[in-house]
Design a protein. Sequence first.
Length: 100
Amino acid sequence: MSTPTEKVQAQLAKVPWLRGRGPISYDYGKWADATHGVLKLVYGADSAQAAGFLEIIGEGAEARGWGLPLAPDNQWGMQRRLERAEAYLQSLVGESQPAG
């Protein structure tokens, strides 16, 4: 069974693959939904960590990648959201072991 840190690291490990594919909005959306689910599982549904992830990537279907443009020069484009999400997950992995 994976530790909580390993679960977060597994989502973080998918970032280069996403970036290598563009990222494609469908893949990014699935990853964003899965990552948010992992954070809710690991830290709790109402945790600061899960809420912080949504603050970084945005809330709602479009914000989570469904039909979102790459828009590299826009802070709310998919590439910039992925950069912020990657940095955020790296900071969580660097924290002490979460409960659970």
